[in-house]
Design a protein around this ligand. Structure first.
Ligand SMILES: [Zn+2]
Length: 270
């Protein structure tokens, strides 16, 4: 599932492809359930001849402010498997392409979405769509204090809270595991039991995990342009119980935390 680094990678890919400034000529929606607001037909009409001004991201949502009359924001959630690509109209589309948005320059914005969990909106304001989210991990407002406050009084496993977008927006299963691995914290520790030093270590580990992932994607984009990869292994903990912890050599442990597959080192993470 795309998490913050994958969505940010998509954003950077689209910016590099020169999507801002392009006008959408039409919209071909082949799976209407993807469109959450308004109807698929209204979305198609509403996008026609609108110019994409920018590609922005908030949490795992991509926001495309549009110029001209009509709802001002096209919003995309990639769901489980979604990818957004800008390709020449002459290039054969991936068979899993669900929606196509021909652009005025001979290219096409394509939403490839094998499992069809992606979502689209065309609305006046992102506030109509976006849920309550924590500050972005790279924002100054994502502080040790706010994270500690979110954990206060909560007996839930710290891993479960890291998946709550109102606590650490953009984190999903993989980067929650990686942040806890880097911080040396056991995923089942009750969140309220973490010391302030441990919360500080966790906050820094979240930032370190995301920074490393951005770096991997940025290098891959440079190397593989114009076909950058969209899903890479960017984390350092092995997700395999036959593999050794890279720090201490202990075999990795797999458990379930609130039904989510969780990998950790029972020796390093306490
Ligand atoms: Zn270890």
């Amino acid at each position: 599932m795309p998490e913050l680094p994958e969505v940010e990678n998509t954003r950077r890919n689209l910016v590099r492809a020169g999507l801002p400034g392009c006008a959408i000529s039409s919209a071909e929606i082949t799976w209407a359930n993807t469109v959450k607001k308004p109807s698929a037909a209204e979305l198609a009409v509403g996008l026609k001849n609108r110019t994409i001004q920018d590609v922005q991201r908030r949490g795992k949502y991509l926001v495309f402010p549009l110029s001209g009359a009509g709802p001002a924001n096209f919003i995309v959630h990639l769901g489980m498997t979604g990818r957004l690509l800008v390709q020449p109209q002459s290039q054969g589309p991936d068979p899993m392409t669900r929606h196509s948005f021909p652009l005025d320059d001979g290219r096409e914005l394509r939403f490839v979405d094998g499992r069809k969990f992606g979502k689209l909106w065309l609305v006046d304001s992102p506030a109509e769509v976006l849920p309550a989210m924590s500050p972005e991990p790279f924002d100054d407002q994502f502080t040790v204090e706010t994270l500690a406050e979110s954990f206060a009084g909560k007996k839930a496993p710290v891993k479960a809270l890291l998946l709550d977008q109102s606590i650490a927006c953009g984190l999903g299963n993989l980067y929650a595991d990686e942040s806890l691995f880097l911080a040396g914290l056991h995923p089942e520790r009750p969140a309220s039991g973490l010391s302030i030093d441990e919360v500080a270590r966790l906050r820094q580990s979240i930032i370190d995990a995301l920074t490393a992932a951005y770096g991997v994607y940025d290098r891959a984009r440079d190397q593989h342009w114009p076909d950058p990869p969209t899903a890479l292994t960017t984390w350092s903990h092995p997700r395999d119980v036959k593999a050794d912890c890279p720090n201490c050599g202990t075999k990795m442990t797999a458990i379930r935390v609130r039904a989510r597959g969780t990998y950790f080192c029972a020796n390093c993470q306490v």
